[in-house]
Design a protein around this ligand. Structure first.
Ligand code: ACM
Length: 650
C-alpha cells in the first residue's frame, strides 16, 4: 500500500486527525512506504528529516503580514482546499499552533534575495519564510510538490494520505528572467486558454510570460483608433496540415478563423498572471512579420500593391537565401513612412498602459529587405539619413521605436537581429539565432535574455517526425536539459536569464501547446532556477516521470516522446538498409516487427542493428519497461528509412 489507506484505517484516521492532527502521524506512518521527493526545479539545498506532517482537516494557516501575502493565502486555500476537502482557516491569528505559517522576514536575508525562501516541515508545523511575497509564493509551490500528486486534482479526492515529508529547504533562483513565450498570433488562444497555460507554468516557478501578439497570420490586440487591426487583421482562412505549404485562399473563402483580445481581456490576463507572480511581456513584432497590420492598413507599407494584401493563412511567403529572408509579399512596415511611427506611437502608448511590465518587445526579427531594395521612399531615406545598408535602415527604424518606447516609460527589447543595424546600449536583446549574439550583446552592455533555437525552441519536434506533429527541426528533452543559460564568454551581469519559445505555426490548439511545452519546460525551469551543480539528467528524468503523473491529474497535456526510440539508418555495401535503435532514457526494451503487425513483449526484442527484409513495408516498434508498454506504437515506413539512409555507406 503506497498512498492509499484502507477505508477503516482512513475513518479512524479522519476522526482522530480532526481532534489531534499531529499525534496520529506517528501511529500510521512508520509502516508505510512513502513517495520519493521529486521537486522541479531542484532546490538549492534540501535536508531530509525524519517523519511527516499530516494535513489536518481543519488547517490553520497563519500569515504574519496577511495583507501582503494575500496571493499566497488565496492560492493555498484553493490548491489545498479543493482536493482535500479540508477547511482552511486563515483568519488572523497569532496562535503558535498554526499548521502552516507564512513569515516575511523583518531583517533582509541576503542569501535568498527577493524570490527565495526557506521551507521547514516538522511533524507539527510547516513554516515558509521569505523576504518578499514572491519568495513565499515559490515556497508554496514547493510545498504543493511535496504533497501527494492528487493535490493537483480539481475535485475532492478521497483516501489520500495528505502527508508532507519533514525536511528543510533553502532555495532561490539562479536567474531573474524565467520565461516562456506563447505565440498567440499564428494561432489564437482564448483568454481562458492563456490562463490555463499560466497555471501550468506557475508550478515550475516561471515568472515571465512573453505573448507574441502580432504576426503575418494575425493581429491579436485591440488598439483604439485602429479598428481594422481587429476587424480585418485578426482573421484568416482556416487551414490544417503542414504550415507553409498551404494552398493560398481564394477570394471567396470566409476569413473567420482567429480572434483577438480586447484591452479589458488583456488587463484581466495581466492581473491573473500577476496574482501568481508572473509578468506578461507583450510583443508587437515590427518591422517584419507585419502582414496582418498591413492587410488592415496598407498605407503602413512601402509597397503600392499592399492594397491587395490579405492576412496570411499559412501559405508560403518567405524563402531563405542562406540566412537572408526573401519575401514574395512585403510583410514589413515602411521605415521611410512617418505614418508608421505615428501608428507605433499609438500602439505602444496603449500597450504600455495595458502591460505594466517594464519591457515591451518590439520584434525586429527576420525582416526581409527585398522590397525595401526596390523602394524609392527607402532610397530617399537612405540619402537623407546617410544609411548605407538595409540593416542600417532597420537600425534607423529600431532607434526611432526605442525612443517611442522610452517616451512611454518602457525598456525596449527585441530579437538579436536588431544588433546588426545598431541600437542604443539601453536596448535589451533576446538572443535566438546563435548563442554568440547573446555573448556579444552582453559584452556590449545590452541586457540579454537567452533563447537559442538549439536548446529552447519548444516548437521543434521532441521525437521522430513519423510520430510528432511535423516541424523542420528536432529538439529532444535531454538536449534541452543540457542547456546552461550562462554562455561562456558572456558578461554575467547582463545575462538576465532564459526562456522557452512556443511558436505556434504548427500548433493549432492549447492541448498541443501544452504537449510541446512539457516536459521540456521542466528542463528549462531547472536551468533557470537551480544551481548548475544540482543538475543531473538521470535524477531529473526520474522526477519528470513523477511530474507526468501530476500533470495527468491536473489535466495538463505533455509529450511522452522521450520514451520513443531513436532511429538511425545506414546502407550496407550491398545496398541493404541497416537500422539501429536507441532510447533517450535508460532501462527500456524495444520490441519490433517488419510484418505489419503490432509488436508487444512477446515479439523479437531489439538487441543489435536490424537488416531490413527486402519486401518489408514498415518497421513497427514499441518500448516497454518492466514488461509494461511505455512508448507509443511507432510505424516507420521503410520508404522513409530509405530516404534517410546515406546513398553510400562510408
Ligand atoms: C524568431 O524565431 N523568428 C525570433
Amino acid at each position: 500500500m503506497k498512498l492509499l489507506l484502507s477505508s477503516t484505517v482512513l475513518l479512524v484516521w479522519l476522526n482522530a486527525s480532526a481532534q489531534n492532527p499531529v499525534s496520529i502521524a506517528n501511529k500510521i506512518l512508520p509502516n508505510q512506504s512513502h513517495r520519493e521527493i521529486a521537486l522541479i526545479p531542484e532546490p538549492v539545498t534540501l535536508t531530509k528529516e525524519k517523519g511527516y506532517f499530516i494535513l489536518p482537516q481543519n488547517i490553520i494557516l497563519q500569515a504574519a503580514k496577511a495583507t501582503e501575502l494575500g496571493q499566497s493565502i488565496t492560492f493555498l486555500k484553493k490548491k489545498l482546499g479543493i482536493p482535500t476537502g479540508y477547511f482552511i482557516n486563515s483568519a488572523a491569528t497569532t496562535k503558535k499552533t498554526a499548521h502552516i505559517k507564512l513569515v516575511l522576514t523583518h531583517k533582509n536575508d541576503s542569501l535568498i534575495g527577493a524570490e527565495g525562501y526557506h521551507l521547514q516541515v516538522t511533524p507539527k508545523q510547516i513554516i515558509i519564510t521569505a523576504n518578499k511575497p514572491a519568495g513565499i509564493f515559490y515556497g508554496v509551490q514547493t510545498l504543493l510538490q511535496l504533497l501527494p500528486k492528487e493535490i493537483e486534482s480539481k475535485q475532492k479526492v478521497k483516501q489520500v494520505n495528505w502527508e508532507v515529508p519533514c525536511l528543510s529547504i533553502t532555495d532561490y533562483p539562479r536567474f531573474g528572467w524565467r520565461g516562456l513565450m506563447l505565440d498567440v498570433a499564428r494561432h489564437f488562444f482564448t483568454k481562458e486558454e492563456v490562463k490555463q497555460y499560466i497555471d501550468a507554468m506557475v508550478r515550475y516557478k516561471y515568472n515571465i510570460l512573453h505573448l507574441h501578439l502580432t504576426d503575418d497570420e494575425g493581429w491579436r490586440i485591440e488598439i483604439k483608433g485602429y479598428p481594422k487591426l481587429t476587424e480585418i487583421g485578426a482573421w484568416n482562412v482556416k487551414r490544417e496540415g503542414d504550415f507553409g505549404t498551404f494552398i493560398p485562399p481564394t477570394p471567396d473563402e470566409p476569413r473567420n478563423y482567429g480572434g483577438f483580445y480586447t484591452q479589458e481581456d488583456l488587463k484581466e490576463l495581466v492581473a491573473y498572471a500577476k496574482q501568481q507572480f508572473v509578468d506578461i511581456m507583450p510583443e508587437i513584432d515590427a518591422p517584419g512579420h507585419s502582414l496582418a497590420a498591413i492587410a488592415s492598413y496598407p498605407e503602413l507599407s512601402c509597397t503600392a500593391d499592399a492594397v491587395n494584401y490579405k492576412v496570411s493563412s499559412g501559405a508560403q511567403m518567405i524563402k531563405w537565401a542562406g540566412s537572408t529572408p526573401i519575401a514574395s509579399v512585403d510583410n514589413t512596415l515602411c521605415p521611410a513612412n512617418e505614418k508608421v511611427y505615428e501608428f507605433l506611437d499609438n500602439v505602444i502608448a496603449q500597450v504600455s498602459k495595458i502591460f505594466p511590465f517594464q519591457y515591451v518587445h518590439m520584434g525586429g526579427d527576420e525582416a526581409p529587405y527585398n522590397y525595401w531594395e526596390k523602394s524609392p521612399q527607402i532610397a530617399d531615406l537612405m540619402k537623407r539619413e546617410n544609411l548605407k545598408t538595409m540593416a542600417q535602415v532597420q537600425g534607423y527604424f529600431e532607434r526611432r521605436v526605442e525612443k517611442i518606447a522610452a517616451k512611454y516609460g518602457k525598456h525596449f527589447m527585441a530579437w538579436d537581429e536588431v544588433l546588426e543595424g545598431g541600437v542604443s546600449e539601453n536596448a535589451a536583446v533576446m538572443s535566438w539565432r546563435n548563442i554568440k549574439f547573446g555573448v556579444e550583446a552582453s559584452n556590449n552592455k545590452h541586457k540579454v535574455v537567452m533563447t537559442p533555437t538549439e536548446y529552447t525552441y519548444l516548437d521543434y519536434m521532441q521525437g521522430d517526425e513519423v510520430t510528432e506533429p511535423k516541424v523542420f527541426s528536432t529538439l529532444r528533452l535531454n538536449k534541452v536539459y543540457q542547456y546552461d543559460p550562462m554562455p561562456e564568454g558572456a558578461d554575467p551581469n547582463y545575462i538576465m536569464g532564459a526562456q522557452g519559445n512556443v511558436w505556434t505555426a504548427q500548433i493549432y490548439n492549447i492541448r498541443t501547446a501544452e504537449y510541446m511545452t512539457w516536459p521540456r519546460g521542466f528542463a528549462i525551469a531547472e536551468s533557470v532556477w537551480s544551481p548548475r551543480g544540482r543538475k543531473n539528467w538521470k535524477n531529473f528524468f526520474a522526477r519528470t516521470e513523477q511530474h507526468f503523473e501530476r500533470l495527468n491529474i491536473a489535466g495538463t497535456k505533455y509529450a511522452p516522446s522521450v520514451y520513443d526510440p531513436i532511429f538511425n539508418v545506414k546502407r550496407t555495401a550491398n545496398g541493404r538498409l541497416l537500422v539501429s535503435l536507441s532510447t533517450e532514457v535508460e532501462g527500456l526494451d524495444i520490441y519490433y516487427s517488419f510484418d505489419n503487425s503490432f509488436p508487444d513483449q512477446f515479439y523479437p526484442k531489439y538487441t543489435d542493428s536490424l537488416t531490413v527484409p527486402i519486401d518489408a513495408q514498415q518497421l513497427r516498434v514499441i518500448t516497454y519497461r518492466n514488461k509494461k508498454p511505455i512508448g507509443r506504437m511507432i510505424s516507420m515506413p521503410i520508404e522513409e528509412l530509405n530516404k534517410r539512409a546515406p546513398k553510400q555507406n562510408k
